[in-house]
Design a protein around this ligand. Structure first.
Ligand code: MOS
Length: 754
């Protein structure tokens, strides 16, 4: 079956232009094929059974009733599940080749909603019916559900930033500086568990073919990382990497929850081998609240000390974040990292601690660490400004870090001052009254808030392949994925720029393409873009060499440096009529196609420079004091994120990040029953997220920024940045409207009813 894994772009629709996303038409007409939608012959259907206790052990299964349901092919439990050669556990910061646990290898229960059995039948309905009839007996143990009850067991992360640095940092003498500071803030902020809730559910179709050394596993899987998925499964099943193929042409949103290879992916593959048929496993929305991570709960203490002019003398940020049982791996939300580098304070301390609970393993969720950390830091800065009776934007400017105070390095580029200025101008910030509660529209209170955004520039090794066909077509391929962010479009733009031919097609979503990193940490455009540029350079060299070496070439006697590629021809720059088309080059060399590969990896730039994107977030809220209703009425985000490949898809990223930030500020929270450990709002009607009516007129500004240090493509990445600071800007605006400082997200109406 043909895969829609590529889109072509005409030369001229190049970098920077606000062109429509290439995959848009397929998506709105329903023709884009998502993981669960592949038609596979002889498909069987799997349904998960999940634990109903939060802690303990399974003592037995009652399967007789379930087994009588017609069409049931197997019921896989820890009693009969295949023993895996390598039950690899945990996860890494970069989503390395690991599969999250548990994988039915034992009968321990670590949380409510844990996968404990998998029913496979010939239809979905039969599998669902049988799954509902599975009986489970448990020996229940005491569960630790509430973070505030478990603070005594807080521990330092063992693999913070994948082991690249310790979880704590300090410079100067923050305690002494705090003690003697004339103006002090010492406050604690809390953020709840949040779930990503992408529109597309997690889904995997697993298909085994062949035997022995020829054995092959193919998964159609909703993922932010096809390369990681195939590598992880290969490792888990003791196969060679080339024996496993992951396919994912479209993703209906990820936001971090599709970054890891979660247990259901491996379970689908395991059970497909057991039943000897392809198996499809789609998670129900309810199951997605315990099966694929979440943004952990945080308790963050921030202490600021300043002189009477508002210059920071000390900054301390202590972050506690919730975790699962450590047997399931480790995830730590790095809430304090921006507190190390965002403001110039000589005395600084940051700590990170994990609080183990009987809950699933948390994971990355859009700007993991920065989003929740910025709510604390940027609210505290606002509290400091209030204590100083100073404009909060002015306070930030007084503490502007010209160089990275933590790493003691220059920034590769930093246009934050321009972001503040342009954002403030667009918002009309200069008209803001200093006193809270002093701006009104009739009975409605109006508040304006500001916050800073920052996110590190990330990049990983990536590869790309260019296939020139003698029919004149050019395909660029990379084993990356498009979460809906516009990867198809922006990489095609880069490729069309680098290879000025008639049309260039960019293909992704197949792990048989050259390896690319997980689409997380805002790194895909920079990583894949750099690889495409490298491959395009090699390709041009090859074509030029061929053009010079070809018999009776019109370019004979010239040098590669004199040649250029344009309009489908290799041409002499000084005399463009001396040219040869690339299809002619291929045929004259008796080649049906020319395949050129290239790759790119980070160098030592991060050793020499501190590399970050920045932004300034401005929110206006309108609060009806009688109804305790809070509406965000205006939002301005100004960002500096290096080269913007496509102003339209970039703006979409910013709109999405701001929307998620508004949700974080006012609505989103996962409620977990403190007795049973069960998620009680495990659906999208009670897990409240913004809808169109909640999102105001949003203005986005991209401050021009050219940064040649970060990577060959000049890209900083834009997936995470626009959510950072967005919740703080709203919370600060709520304070400015009402005089009420809400330090516990989300800011729901009852919290401002006084
Ligand atoms: Mo993003 S949370 O790194 O997918």
């Amino acid at each position: 079956m043909p895969l829609d894994t590529g889109f072509s772009i005409a030369t001229g629709q190049v970098v920077g232009q606000p062109i429509d996303r290439r995959d848009g038409r397929l998506k709105i007409t329903g023709r884009a094929r998502y993981a669960a939608e592949f038609d596979i012959d002889n498909l069987a259907y799997a349904v998960l059974v999940q634990s109903t206790i939060a802690s303990g052990e399974i003592t037995g299964f009652g399967l007789s009733e379930a087994q009588t349901v017609p069409g049931v092919l197997t019921i896989m439990t820890p009693d009969n599940a295949p023993r895996l050669p390598q039950a690899v556990s945990g996860q890494s910061e970069t989503s390395g080749p690991l599969v999250a646990k548990p994988l039915l290898q034992d009968k321990l229960v670590y949380y409510n909603g844990q996968h404990i059995a998998l029913v496979v039948a010939d239809t979905l309905e039969r599998a669902q019916q049988a799954a509902a009839l599975v009986q489970v007996q448990y020996r229940e143990a005491e569960a630790q559900i509430r973070m505030q009850d478990a603070l005594g067991s807080a521990y330092p992360p063992q693999h913070f930033r994948n082991g690249a640095r310790p979880p704590d940092s300090r410079r100067g003498d923050p305690e002494a500086a705090l003690a003697s500071a004339p103006v002090k803030i010492d406050v604690t902020y809390t953020t709840p568990v949040e779930h990503h809730n992408p529109m597309e559910p997690h889904a995997t179709i697993a298909l085994w073919e062949g035997d022995g050394d020829d054995k092959r596993l193919t998964v159609y899987s909703a993922t932010q990382g096809i390369s990681n998925t195939s590598n992880a499964l290969a490792k888990l099943f003791g196969l060679k990497p080339e024996q496993v193929r992951a396919i994912c042409p479209f993703v209906g949103g990820g936001f971090g929850c599709k970054g890891n290879t979660w247990p259901h992916v491996a379970l689908a593959a395991m059970v497909a081998e057991v039943v000897g048929r392809p198996v499809k496993l789609v998670l129900e929305r309810r199951q997605m609240f315990t099966s694929n991570g979440y943004r952990p709960q945080t308790i963050q203490r921030v202490r600021l000390g300043a002189d009477s002019e508002g210059r920071l003398l000390a900054l301390a940020h202590d972050g506690l974040t919730s975790m699962s049982h450590p047997a399931l791996g480790e995830f730590s939300e790095p809430v304090g990292l921006q507190s190390e580098m965002l403001y110039a304070s000589a005395n600084n301390a940051v700590t990170h601690r994990l609080v183990p609970l009987n809950l699933p393993l948390p994971t990355y969720m859009r700007a993991p660490g920065e989003a929740s950390g910025s709510f604390a830091l940027e609210s505290a800065m606002d509290e400091l400004a209030a204590a100083l009776k100073m404009d909060p934007l002015e306070l930030r400017l007084r503490n502007y870090a010209e160089t990275d105070p933590h790493e003691d390095k220059p920034f590769s580029s930093k246009a934050l001052r321009q972001c503040y200025a342009d954002g403030a101008e667009a918002f009309g910030w200069a008209r803001r009254a200093l006193e809270p509660g002093s701006m009104r529209d009739g009975s409605v209170l109006i508040g304006w808030g500001v916050a800073t955004a920052t996110y590190p520039v990330n990049r990983s090794a990536a590869g790309a392949r260019i296939v020139f066909d003698s029919d004149g077509t050019v395909a660029v391929q990379s084993g990356t994925q498009d979460l809906g962010t516009g990867t198809y479009t922006v990489v095609a733009q880069l490729a069309a720029d680098a290879l000025p031919l008639h049309r260039v097609r960019f293909e992704l979503g197949d792990s048989n393409f050259p390896k690319a990193p997980v689409s997380g940490g805002s790194q895909s455009a920079a990583s894949v873009g750099s690889a495409v540029l490298a491959a395009a350079e090699s390709a041009k060299r090859r074509l030029f060499e061929m053009a010079l070496a070809t018999n009776r070439s019109p370019l004979a006697g010239t040098a590669p440096d004199d040649l250029e590629l344009s309009d489908g021809f290799v041409r002499l720059r000084s005399a463009p009529h001396r040219q040869i088309s690339f299809p002619a080059l291929l045929t004259r060399n008796r080649l049906e196609r020319l395949v050129v590969e290239g790759d790119a990896q980070p160098g030592d730039e991060k050793k020499r420079y501190s590399m970050h994107s920045f932004g300034a977030q401005f929110a206006e809220v309108r609060v009806d004091p009688e109804l305790a209703q809070i509406r965000v009425s205006r939002f301005v985000g100004a960002y500096s994120a290096g080269r913007i490949l496509n102003m339209k898809t970039a703006r979409s990223q910013a709109l999405g990040g701001i929307t998620m930030g508004i949700g974080m500020a006012l609505m989103e929270a996962t409620h977990i029953d403190p007795n049973t450990g069960r998620v009680v709002n495990s659906n999208v009607s009670e897990y409240v997220m913004p809808v169109n009516a909640d999102i105001p007129d949003v203005t986005t500004i991209f401050v021009e920024e050219q940064d040649r240090m970060i990577n060959p493509a000049g890209i900083k990445g834009l997936g995470e940045l626009p959510i950072v600071g967005a919740a703080a800007a709203v919370a600060n605006a709520v304070w400015h409207a009402t005089g009420l400082r809400i330090r516990d997200l989300p800011i729901t109406p009852e919290k401002i009813l006084v």
